[in-house]
Every structure is written in structure tokens, then in C-alpha cells.
Design a protein around this ligand. Structure first.
Ligand code: NAD
Length: 416
């Protein structure tokens, strides 16, 4: 790998694929094919503003691979979303679904918008128009949408309703992460965080970290908050720092996570909650701790700050929070990184479960057991590969994921 800075997530994704291709000794033609998303759609979404006038935002849907099953991937609403980021995230989904052996390909969607700047009626209109624009590409057997940064069950209900209305019948399996009332799973919102925690437990045991294990978490949404809440209720762990986009809170003696959650439920940003000491949002990755969980946005640990990360273990709740050059610095320091395609795969595992159950209510314990088994066995395979080859966990996970996609390609053959 070069020592270049990878500001562009798509370049980073290609570098990681290139390294796996080299390790797996992939022929050039196969590698070249995987470097290209199968389909890329960019759409313009005009929105009528509540106060009059209109604005137009840009959206994307990228299907990187449909070889192992229909496309699968979240929809992100973020002011810095881009086509390159969406392509990178779609490719990541391909390896993730393959690694945890879920019969889906890889896809991703995004709208370049700040959702907090829109009224609810504007958000709904934007979501419905986006769905209508990408409708020719999606559907239960083509490409299944899910929540991501800036979206949740509410948006999934709007997407499902729009797609169902357009096709003339209920299309419950066109999205996962739906509200429970329309066939969603009560465990889906917390599933990704749950999978992160499963990985933390396994790694803490493998690395023989001793309690109290201090944890810092960036992001206090679906993923970060679940991790914070679960670890806070476990005597072995102490949550010393959390951050959302407004700022972070730090207390070396352990934060009162319940108080933070209550404050956030009341609509308050973390920067304003009178718990612990205030720190800048991006400082949370650098606070003294044993385990760092980046669970917000991509690229937060790079060549510029990786040398100051104190954690022994970084578990990627977010997608691509560590850049390839950040990885090199962390490796030099002996920091173990559990890669996104393993650590945050709980969401897609629970999504698959939601689809299999097709709207039937399921006991939480069933889903958690399924998650624990799926993430636990993928973790064990990655560790076994790593110990056998001497590769780190990311490179091992990438090799396993890419290899599984390649096997499916070879088995299916090439049309025409
Ligand atoms: P979310 O919208 O529910 O929460 C995001 C959180 O990150 C919020 O607390 C927000 O304030 C915070 N944040 C945003 N920018 C920040 C910054 N610059 N510094 C600090 N905090 C910041 O999103 P989510 O669903 O929890 O997703 C978080 C990450 O996990 C994303 O990278 C997403 O792609 C990834 N992920 C999510 C899922 C899922 O099931 N939700 C699955 C796999 C991966």
C-alpha cells in the first residue's frame, strides 16, 4: 500500500479490494470487474418548501454486486454524501453480506442533504420522490433498502408505502428496518450496535483485556447509543466518552449513560448535557481508553490522528471510519481493528431475519440469538484466517468476503 492520504472513500475502497485481489491472486479480469459497480443511478429531487419556493437535492442508488442475491444497503441522508462515498459503501456491503453469509449483494443509497434543515413534511416529500426516481431498480428481488445515517424506521415506512403504491400491492420486503406495526422487527434498530458489542466481547477475551475496560464511542444514534447502553449495563465496562455531531462528553470515572440518553430523548444535543466534561466531537477518538468505537461517519481516523489513538482495540461501528493510511499507523502501534464488514454486520443480519419472518412478530431473544451466532461465527472465521495467514483482521475479513463473491461469480459463469 502507498503512504498516500485517502481522502476519497472510493479510492480507499479500491485500495482495499486491490490488496485482497493481490493476496487471493485474482486474475486481472476478475479484479477489474469487481472494481466497477454494476449499476449507478444519480437522481435530482425537487422539494417544495413549506415557506414557498423549491430546492433541488441530488440522490444516488448504487448496486455494486448482485451476484450472491438482490442488492442490499441503507439509505443515507447527509450534507456531505457523494457518489464516490455511495459507491464505496455499496462495495463494502458486497463484502459484508458475503462475509456473514447472507444471500444478498451490495448496494447503497444516499441523498446529499442536511435532514435537520428540513421540516417533516419536506423530508417525507423528498423521501417519496427519491423512492419514485429509483423505483425501476429496487424491489424485494432486486434491491432492498434499509436505514443508515440520518434515516430510520419512519423513512423506511415512507419508502415502502411509495413503492407499494407505485406497484399496486404491499411490498413489505422492499425495505427492512420498517416500523414494527408494518412488519418491522423491534430489534432492527439496535441490531448493528448489538453486533458491535458481540465483537467487543470476543476481542476483549482474545486480547485478555482486564476490567474495568474503558470505552469511548463516537456517535450517539442507532449504533453508538446501543453500544453505550449495552456496555454501561455490563460491570466489566466503563463508558468514558461519547460524542454526537455537536460535541462530546468525557469522564474518566465513567459517564452516566442513562442521563445522556434521557437528555437526547428530550431533543438536547450532547454538547449541552451537564454530564462529564465537554470535549470537541472529533477528540473522542483520541481520549485515553481501551476500546474505541467510531459509530458516526467515515474517515475519522486517518494518517493525521491515528498516531494519537490510545485505544488497544478499535471496533468499527461506522462504515470506513479508519482510512487505509490510518490503518497502517494503527498497525504500527499494535492497535487491533475489527473492520466494519464484520463489526457492523449485525444490521444486515437482522434485516435478513426480518425478511425471512415476512412481517411475523418475533421474540427479541430469537433475533439476538441469531445475531450472536452469525456475528460470532464470522468473527471466529476471521480470527482463524488471521492466525493462519498472519494477516490482520481487516485483511482477513476482506479476503474471506471477496473470495466468497468470486466463488459465486465462477459458479454462475458470465452472460453472454
Ligand atoms: P444515526 O443517524 O442514527 O446516528 C449518527 C450519530 O452520529 C448521531 O449521534 C450524530 O450526531 C453523530 N455524528 C454525525 N456526525 C458526527 C461527527 N462528525 N462527530 C461525532 N458524531 C457525529 O446513524 P447510525 O444508524 O447510528 O449510523 C452510524 C454509522 O454506522 C454510519 O457510518 C452508518 O453507515 C453505520 N452503520 C449503521 C447501520 C445501522 O443499522 N444503522 C448499519 C451498519 C453501519
Amino acid at each position: 500500500m502507498t503512504n498516500e492520504t485517502f481522502d476519497n472513500p472510493w479510492q480507499g475502497a479500491l485500495v482495499r479490494l486491490g490488496e485482497a485481489a493481490e493476496r487471493l491472486k485474482l486474475e486481472d479480469g476478475m479484479h477489474e470487474m469487481l472494481r466497477h459497480p454494476r449499476r449507478t443511478l444519480e437522481v435530482a429531487i425537487p422539494i417544495a418548501r413549506e415557506g414557498g419556493g423549491r430546492m433541488t437535492v441530488v440522490g444516488y442508488r448504487v448496486q455494486h454486486s448482485l451476484t450472491r442475491g438482490p442488492g442490499k444497503g441503507g439509505v443515507r441522508y447527509h450534507p456531505e454524501a457523494s457518489l464516490d462515498e455511495t459507491k464505496a459503501l455499496a462495495m463494502t456491503m458486497t463484502w459484508k453480506c458475503a462475509l456473514v453469509d447472507i444471500p444478498y449483494g451490495g448496494a447503497k443509497g444516499a441523498i446529499r442533504v442536511d435532514p435537520s434543515a428540513l421540516a417533516v413534511s419536506e423530508l417525507e416529500a423528498m423521501t417519496r420522490r427519491y423512492t419514485s426516481e429509483i423505483a425501476p431498480l429496487i424491489g424485494p428481488d432486486r434491491d432492498i433498502l434499509a436505514p443508515d445515517l440520518g434515516t430510520g424506521a419512519r423513512e423506511m415506512a415512507w419508502i415502502m408505502d411509495t413503492y407499494s403504491t407505485a406497484t399496486g400491492f404491499l411490498q413489505g420486503s422492499s425495505v427492512t428496518g420498517k416500523p414494527v406495526e408494518v412488519g418491522g422487527s423491534s430489534e432492527r434498530r439496535g441490531a448493528t450496535g448489538f453486533g458491535v458489542v458481540v465483537c467487543i466481547h470476543h476481542e476483549v477475551e482474545r486480547l485478555k483485556l482486564k476490567p474495568p475496560i474503558e470505552v469511548a464511542i463516537q456517535g450517539f444514534g442507532a449504533v453508538g447509543r446501543t453500544v453505550a447502553t449495552m456496555l454501561d449495563s455490563d460491570d466489566r465496562y466503563r463508558v468514558v466518552a461519547v460524542a454526537d455531531e455537536t460535541g462530546g462528553r468525557f469522564d474518566a470515572g465513567g459517564l452516566d449513560v442513562t442521563a445522556l440518553a434521557v437528555h437526547c430523548d428530550a431533543g438536547g444535543p450532547l454538547s449541552m448535557v451537564p454530564v462529564g466534561e465537554q470535549i470537541p466531537a472529533d477528540e473522542v477518538v483520541l481520549v485515553p481508553c481501551d476500546v474505541m468505537v467510531p459509530a458516526a461517519i467515515g474517515g475519522v481516523i486517518d494518517a493525521g490522528n491515528a498516531g494519537r489513538v490510545s485505544a488497544r482495540l478499535v471496533v468499527e461501528g461506522a462504515n470506513a471510519p479508519v482510512t487505509p493510511d490510518g490503518d497502517m499507523t494503527l498497525a504500527d502501534r499494535g492497535t487491533v481493528v475489527v473492520p466494519d464488514i464484520l463489526a457492523n454486520a449485525g444490521g444486515v443480519v437482522a434485516s435478513h431475519y426480518e425478511s425471512l419472518r415476512a412481517g411475523w412478530h418475533t421474540e427479541s431473544a430469537d433475533i439476538r440469538g441469531w445475531l450472536e451466532q452469525r456475528i460470532g461465527s464470522a468473527h471466529a472465521r476471521v480470527v482463524e484466517f488471521s492466525e493462519r495467514t498472519g494477516l490482520n483482521l481487516r485483511d482477513s475479513a476482506m479476503c474471506l468476503g471477496v473470495e466468497s463473491v468470486i466463488t459465486a461469480h465462477r459458479t454462475r459463469g458470465l452472460y453472454p
